[in-house]
Design a protein around this ligand. Structure first.
Ligand code: BG6
Length: 492
């Protein structure tokens, strides 16, 4: 639990790319909340480093505006004033040694001796190796008296080869033990709750296998379109932007074997093993197991090529080759500009092997469904059959629901970045992906990408905004006698 970390006594967070969106929207609100909860080290400083020529004062004002705009519910003027005194800014270029000397000089005055440092790379990915090398050359990557940690934002590579290259470049300067690769989905409370639901309860794990489960569906649907990120998105597309990281991480948590402890590597070992057991989809088979789509009007967005073939929607059927899951289809789907924002892991159990109750003509028994609702309706739903009162043998599916809001109160769920920053400052790597985890994920995604840019690709279907994506995604499940289901957000 977050509040159980001891935390360092003196620390500095250095944010590279600090004038950008992520810092203003996510990182500073998260650090401010930690400060208000008294979860930052007793002495800390936050130093921004980027191209923009901010003074300390201008940087503070820029961040205050962000706080008021993006995290107004947590803004409190007096607390902000005291927090803002710890914010500093050094203008500089990511590739200029002199600017690192200026940064180091500033840090030396603030730290007044040894302080643990967390370098946060909130920049475009092409700068990740550049900054690591410059930190190494400036002697800022190691210290005998304190820790030096590096947080790297996504995307981590654009395929297996580039992810490996990036890891190698970082390893020239930082040990793997110093590197924290962010996947912010792992910081979401409800993603962590998957572990608790599965391994702190007896009931679910008993049936969590091929004998009892008919299929598993993971949906990460977004209502937003690509907005102002089209320049990046048109290169990345849905598989790189959402599947390689977020969806495969959710899959790993939902399907992995029980870790031997709650220690970072015990959990990460099991996730890596699970990712390694996914049956590869060969490039020539992509049309059998995947669907791709692009929402209507995507090509009109500034920064998108007029004939762009980039998919903004994908559905994938995959199998896991181990004893637990042999033969159970896992269906993953994600897309932009869809009907609803919903992230859900839905587990559909098998129907009873023999039904002693009479069914009305045409009536089918509906199977039990367990839904892990990741967002926005955080909780767990369980659907089962109940007898309709005052009938002889009629039944109807009913829902048992747990909602975080109802049980723990409205304000309890912190933003994912708050948890991740807190863990990184405390040196806890449980929620960060290791290099072998990233590589296994790319190993699965790369052949699909290859197939998608070959003649074997499934057609790129155009889908209407506010829909559920291309019809072919329904067909993919229908072939197996299943259909996409969503139960979260649909309260009884
Ligand atoms: C990011 C993707 O990693 O996750 C975005 O790059 C996506 O395209 C976002 O919108 C979704 O995150 P969340 O937390 O809003 O569900």
């Amino acid at each position: 639990m977050t509040e159980e970390h001891d935390g360092a006594k003196l620390a500095t967070v250095v944010i590279f790319g600090a004038s950008g969106d992520l810092t203003q929207r996510k990182l500073i609100p998260a650090l401010f909340n930690l400060y208000c909860k008294d979860r930052l080290p007793a002495e800390f400083n936050i130093v921004g480093f980027a191209h923009t020529g901010f003074s300390d004062e201008a940087f503070r004002e820029h961040l205050q505006e962000g706080m008021q705009q993006f995290a107004a519910e947590n803004y409190e003027a007096a607390a902000w004033a005291s927090f803002a005194r710890r914010l500093w800014y050094v203008p500089g270029s990511f590739d200029k040694p002199d600017d690192y000397a200026a940064l180091q000089a500033k840090l030396a005055t603030l730290e007044d001796g040894a302080a643990d440092r967390l370098y946060y790379l909130a920049t475009a990915p092409r700068f990740f190796p550049v900054i690591a090398r410059q930190l190494g050359a400036a002697g800022m990557a190691r210290s005998d008296q304190a820790t030096r940690q590096l947080i790297v934002e996504k995307p981590f590579g654009s395929d297996l080869a580039s992810a490996r290259e990036l890891t190698q470049a970082l390893h020239e300067v930082f040990d793997e033990g110093q590197i924290y690769r962010i996947d912010h989905f792992l910081g979401k409370e409800t993603a962590q709750n998957i572990l608790f639901l599965r391994f702190a309860n007896t009931l679910f794990e008993l049936g969590w296998n091929r004998d009892h489960i008919a299929n598993v569906q993971i949906t990460v649907a977004e209502q937003v379109d690509v907005g102002h990120r089209a320049g990046y998105y048109d290169q990345a597309g849905i598989l790189r932007d959402m599947f390689q990281n977020h969806l495969l991480q959710l899959l790993a948590l939902a399907a992995m074997e029980p870790p031997i402890s709650f220690a970072a590597d015990a959990i990460r070992d099991e996730k890596v093993k699970l990712l390694a057991s996914i049956r590869p989809i060969a490039p020539e088979d992509v049309a059998l197991h995947t669907v791709r789509g692009q929402y209507e009007g995507y090509r009109d967005a500034p920064g998108v090529a007029a004939d762009s073939q980039t998919a903004t929607y994908a559905a994938v059927r995959l199998f896991i080759d181990n004893w637990r899951w042999q033969g159970v289809p896992f269906y993953l789907r994600s897309g932009k500009a869809l009907a609803q924002k919903a992230t859900e892991i839905l587990v559909e159990f098998r129907c009873p092997p023999h039904l002693m109750f009479p069914l009305a003509p045409g009536q089918m028994i509906e199977s039990n469904i367990l839904s892990l609702c990741i967002q926005p309706d955080e909780g767990v739903h369980f659907k089962f059959q109940a007898k309709v009162p005052d009938t002889v043998a009629q039944m109807r599916p009913v829902n048992m629901e747990f909602h975080y809001d109802d049980t723990f109160g409205q304000t309890v769920i912190p933003d994912a970045y708050e948890r991740l920053l807190f863990d990184a400052i405390a040196g806890d790597k449980t929620l960060f992906t290791r290099s072998d985890g990233i590589e296994n994920a790319w190993r699965f995604i790369d052949p699909i990408l290859e197939g998608w840019s070959s003649p074997a690709a499934p057609p790129l279907a155009t889908y209407a905004r506010d829909s559920w994506g291309p019809g072919a995604a329904e067909e993919l499940l229908r072939q197996d006698g299943h259909s996409w289901l969503l139960t979260c957000g649909q309260h009884d």
